[in-house]
Design a protein around this ligand. Structure first.
Ligand code: C2E
Ligand code: MG
Ligand code: MG
Length: 613
């Protein structure tokens, strides 16, 4: 340390600002001071103090590394920050050559030449961002500033003032990463992926090859998040990414495009038969269960595929079309796969518009309820009515609930529709009671999505209470699948209604899972055998056998059995022979508006125009 300190002091003595300020600028001082020992001592003390302050300053700058080099570029000064930045202690650095100490190999020659040019010709080395070398060999990013003191003398000293840029560089790198990659999976984000995909498409075009894009959407991911928390959801996504990496090649591209949606591009695709292999490969990734919240659980995903060039030749187009295909797959339920085609795209667009129109229809009074009687098979008496929703747009033909109910189910619109139906049916039932019409019950259809609403039972009960109605007045119809997929909350709610005496019917019986053993677990009062069995029963022994079995089991379980869709006398006769309790169908009554229903109810309470005896 004595070397640098000594030289620095000598340099300070020569260059200290105080020295210049003396003399001509302070004539009084110069005259007065010359020759007096006391005065010399005072100035010397001042120099010393000043040097100390200067040294203290250099030493105390934690991030500013200052090094001094002599004419031969040997270290004469090395502050603590230099030790921190480059790893050498002052005594190690002392006397070493600049280029051998912290200059990386390729820069050595240019540094020596630049230093020489400055010393000999006064060509300054400009300040610059550099990557110098740590003792460990690692690169150190710095902003380096150079000062030459004692220029034009025999003892020029170069001081380097280096500011450590590691933190800034790291922050910059992190920022750049966050801008281009997904923080959770570290996959490229949509923007980065699109750029990569466009490049891959161009490369495929050059090689006259195709590209397959697979859009993957995890099924019911929201439920995983809701049930087990975001952390578990995140873990699942990370594990899924790991598996996808494992299943794909380095040349394949991948991105997480939104929370649970991934896209994977397979460039260089040549033959159609590879398609199924690729789909299989991606599906295989989900074959093994995932560890979620301590248990192994199966996770499924829907896949949508688009091909380049057939379904688009830009990244945007391919992603959008694979997304369309994926959305179509979603409609088919868990684990489905769809390929994009233009017809599919148009169909989805059409459906989307229809949902928009349906939403407006609710406000524009285009909806109404029709009623279809359910008639006793024995007496022909109208026992109850089923409320069926009708949509007559202001312009154009009526639209069937078989078309718009499933569409509404895919959005929250089904809840508004359901509320509307409940309210309209209850209001009608209350009106008919006041009018003294001989009708007991109106049955309302509930769809699966409607039941998933947490307050569905509360709304139902509130609606009935508003109109002063009870279990005798309003019944419910649910399809088999709704019951089978029902969670404990729904089953509990239904059980409560059942205990209160509400009639709960399984609609379209025989078209769903059709596992009869389920029947005993569900709180139901009636089975409505689907009209396809009724239609085919006269000619198809199998359908007849199924009907007979359903009626038999229904009765053994104490359930009322209804035959839907009776269109002919032949069907009606057969159903009567089978001892079905109720019949419903065009042969007896078509669904009709409330006014017409009133006329029927007012005119004939027993019997029907369909010829029941
Ligand atoms: P669903 O509940 O099984 O209703 C019976 C369907 O069969 C009705 O069709 C009815 O018009 C029709 N139908 C009745 N008798 C016959 C017949 O003899 N032959 C033939 N071929 N068909 C007959 P609609 O009104 O078109 O309703 C279709 C489906 O839409 C309903 O099937 C039900 O699932 C749903 N739906 C209707 N209204 C509502 C509603 O208010 N809410 C909910 N969630 N769904 C509804
Ligand atoms: Mg029904
Ligand atoms: Mg039905």
């Amino acid at each position: 340390m004595s070397g640098p300190r000594f030289r620095l002091r000598r340099w300070l003595r020569r260059h200290h600002p105080l020295k210049h300020r003396q003399g001509p600028r302070d004539p009084r001082g110069s005259e007065a001071s010359v020759g007096t020992t006391g005065e010399v001592e005072r100035v010397r003390r001042q120099y010393l103090e000043s040097e100390q302050r200067f040294r203290a300053l250099l030493e105390s700058l934690p991030r500013v590394a200052v090094q001094g080099y002599d004419r031969d570029r040997r270290v004469i000064y090395w502050n603590e920050a230099s030790t921190r930045l480059y790893g050498y202690a002052p005594e190690e650095a002392q006397g070493q050559l600049l280029e051998e100490l912290i200059i990386p190999e390729p820069m050595r020659e240019p540094v020596i030449l630049a230093h020489r040019a400055w010393v000999e010709q006064g060509v300054e080395i400009p300040a610059d961002e550099l990557e110098l070398q740590h003792k460990s060999g690692e690169r150190v990013p710095v902003f380096s500033h150079h000062v030459m003191l004692n220029e034009h003398t025999d003892t020029p000293l170069m001081f380097c003032v280096d500011v450590d840029l590691s933190d800034q560089k790291r922050a910059h790198r992190e920022l750049d990463f966050a801008r281009r990659f997904d923080h959770l999976t570290h996959l490229p984000n949509r923007e980065t992926f699109e750029a990569q995909l466009d490049e891959a498409i161009a490369e495929c075009r050059r090689r006259d090859a195709g590209l397959v894009l697979i859009y993957l959407d995890v099924d019911h991911f929201v439920e995983i998040n809701d049930a087990f928390g975001y952390e578990q959801g995140d873990r699942l996504l990370i594990e899924l990414t790991r598996r996808l990496h494992q299943a794909t090649r380095a040349s394949d591209l991948m991105s997480r495009i939104s929370s649970d949606e991934f896209v994977i591009a397979f460039p260089g695709f040549q033959r159609e038969d590879v398609l199924t292999q690729l789909v299989h490969k991606v599906q295989q990734v989900l074959r093994a269960p995932f560890l979620i919240d301590g248990s192994w659980r199966l996770v499924t995903a829907c896949l949508g595929l688009s091909l380049c060039p057939d379904n688009g030749d830009t990244a945007r187009e391919l992603i959008r079309n694979a997304d369309v295909a994926k959305n179509r797959a979603k409609l088919d339920g868990r684990g489905s796969v769809w390929f994009f085609d233009q017809q599919l795209h148009d169909e989805l667009l059409h459906q989307h518009r229809l949902v928009d129109r349906l939403e407006q229809a609710l406000d524009k009074d285009e909806l109404s309820l029709h009623y279809q009687p359910q008639v006793s098979a024995v007496s022909g008496r109208i026992e109850s009515l089923e409320a069926l929703l009708r949509w007559q747009p202001a312009e154009g033909p009526p639209i069937s609930p078989a078309v718009f109910i499933p569409l509404a189910e895919r959005s929250d619109l089904i809840h508004r529709l359901g509320d509307w139906v409940m309210e309209a049916a209850c209001r009608q039932r209350a009106l008919w009671r006041e009018a003294g019409l001989a009708i007991e019950r109106i049955d309302i259809n509930f769809s699966g999505r409607q039941m998933s609403r947490p307050d569905v039972f509360q709304r139902f009960e509130d609606c009935l209470a508003r109109h002063g109605l009870g279990p005798r007045h309003i019944g419910l119809e649910l399809t088999e699948n709704v019951l089978i997929e029902a969670d404990d909350r729904i089953l509990e709610g239904l059980r409560r209604l059942h205990e209160q005496g509400f009639r709960i019917a399984i609609d379209d019986f025989g078209t769903g899972y059709s596992s009869l053993s389920y029947l005993k677990h569900f709180p139901v009062t009636a089975l409505k055998i689907d009209r396809t069995f009724v239609r085919d029963a006269p000619d198809q022994p199998e359908d007849r056998a199924i009907m007979e079995a359903a009626i038999f089991i229904g009765h053994r379980l104490g359930l009322e059995v209804v035959a839907e869709g009776v269109e002919t006398l032949e069907q009606l006769t057969l159903i009567r022979e089978m001892r079905c309790d109720l019949v419903q169908g065009f042969y007896l009554f078509r669904p009709m508006p409330a006014l017409e229903m009133e006329r029927v109810l007012g005119g004939l309470v027993a019997g029907s125009p369909g010829g029941s005896g």
